[in-house]
Design a protein around this ligand. Sequence first.
Ligand code: RTP
Length: 152
Amino acid sequence: MASIKERTYIMVKPDGVQRGLVGNIIARFEGRGFKLIALKLVHATPEHLEKHYADLKGKPFFPGLIKYMALGPVVAMVWEGLDAVKTGRVMLGATNPLASAPGTIRGDFALAVGRNICHGSDSVENAEKEIALWFPEGVVQHELTLSTWVFE
Ligand code: RTP
């Protein structure tokens, strides 16, 4: 049963921050009706990023990925709402921007798989793990009146 309390971890990668796309990406999630429950700017260490991408250890692009992600600060966020994980991935677009539909974040702003602007959790289980890794201090519980107007 879909929950309006589903959470996803969304991250603007260092290229998205440097290119001034943070506001645009936040506006898309706000506009869609998701609720922001955590946000911070963080320059992550390679060790932290290796934990985030632990599933990809061993892939040929792994060292380059860690270097890219450590180039500058990222914006770490948690968004909550109906089908947040699946819808978040749709809003991001395909991993390789060559295949990302126009209208998606990657389809509008990216060209290369190794500079693809943003990350979004790929399952509810991974979202929980990623939220715990990036927000060990917890998220901000707050009530918005949105739910009456966005959900049936
Ligand atoms: P993300 O975790 O960043 O949201 O990306 P994803 O699930 O769509 O894709 P995943 O396969 O988990 O890959 C993580 C990130 O690694 C970089 N990548 N480079 N050079 C390559 O072939 C290659 N493949 C993946 C991308 O930055 C991708 O987002």
